[in-house]
Design a protein around this ligand. Structure first.
Ligand code: HSE
Length: 320
């Protein structure tokens, strides 16, 4: 670790992307980064040391850094520095990813916070070290340092978490021309609740099918093979339990596959549902169909189409 605080920027504005965790077969290990849904974050240096979260719009979240995922992630980063900085940080967040949506809302805040603070410190830490700090934000949000959303938010593209402790994460190749369509039905499903309903033991035959699909998915990404990728987008372990919590899940999935989507599953711990398509045209048709299906319910919803974001967090502005 090395840093030169004298050469760094004073303030930064970031796009903090939404992410799809699990990607059907890869519960807690696979993830990918979205491009058109995300938060905005502003971080500036202050003369007074310490961290202050001055404003959060778009969601009712705590400003107390000790209670906020961005605050917890930054504290983890600062604790790993050789010496505390002589300045402090002020943070402002515009939440566009609703908490509890299953599109990595807490991860976007935690990842953006450590990415930005690292820049303002002169980049003492590597991207993988930042994943470790951001995962501490996830620990505050859901009780364990799950890294399947913070890794794609920080590394971009598709990612694999081989191990959480010690942390080993990998960036995977991205299939060309891939589009995601994500519907967020606005019902509340807490990650802790959707984890609590999962079985602690699974049948060996289901485990075999699942790890065959994880291996196939990674292979398909390396081969740039859309059909093989679609074939692997199946979840024999988690989805059968969680899909019962999501109204119209089966209808939405069947409609997406009928329209030519490569696959469809639950985004993270839900309630959002994602599909992947090999063109924007199919992704847009899927979006329209999702809107049609959910318009017949009284459940408010949002639908996004997005390219896969290969960059991760983006710098929108910075001041020297
Ligand atoms: N992988 C987690 C779950 C959610 O499905 O419970 C995102 O970290």
């Amino acid at each position: 670790m090395s840093s030169d605080q004298s050469k760094t920027i004073q303030a930064i504005e970031l796009f903090c992307p939404g992410t799809i965790a699990n990607i059907s077969c890869g519960f807690d290990v696979l993830g990918c980064c979205l491009d058109s849904v995300g938060d905005r974050m502003w971080i500036r240096k202050t003369s007074e040391p310490g961290l202050r979260i001055s404003k959060i719009t778009g969601a009712d979240l705590p400003l107390d850094p000790a209670m906020n995922v961005a605050g917890a992630a930054i504290e983890a980063l600062l604790a790993a520095l050789d010496a505390a900085p002589v300045f402090g940080f002020e943070l402002e967040i515009e939440k566009n990813i609703k908490p509890g949506s299953g599109i990595g809302s807490s991860a976007a805040s935690a990842a953006g916070a450590v990415f930005g603070v690292n820049k303002l410190l002169g980049e003492p830490f590597t991207a993988t070290e930042l994943v470790q700090f951001a995962a501490e934000g996830e620990r505050l949000a859901c009780g364990s340092p799950i890294a399947d959303n913070v890794t794609p938010a920080l590394l971009g593209g598709f990612t694999l978490v081989q191990s959480e402790e010690p942390l080993r994460v990998y960036r995977l190749p991205v299939i060309s021309g891939l589009w995601a369509t994500v519907i967020h039905p606005q019902i509340e499903i807490k990650t802790s609740e959707s984890r609590a309903i999962l079985p602690q033991k699974i049948a060996l035959k289901d485990a075999i099918r699942q790890w065959a699909n994880v291996g196939t998915l990674v292979h398909a990404l390396h081969l740039n093979d859309h059909e093989l990728f679609g074939l692997s987008l199946k979840d024999h372990i988690v989805e059968p339990h969680r899909s019962k919590l999501i109204p119209l899940f089966d209808e939405v999935r069947d409609a997406a596959l009928d329209l030519g989507a490569l696959g469809c599953g639950i985004s993270g711990s839900g309630p959002s549902i994602f599909t992947f398509s090999k063109s924007m045209e199919i992704a847009e048709k899927v979006k329209s169909k999702f809107e049609e299906i959910y318009s017949e319910t009284s459940i408010p919803f949002q639908v996004y189409t997005s390219r896969i974001n290969e960059e991760g967090i983006k710098i929108l502005n910075q001041e020297s």
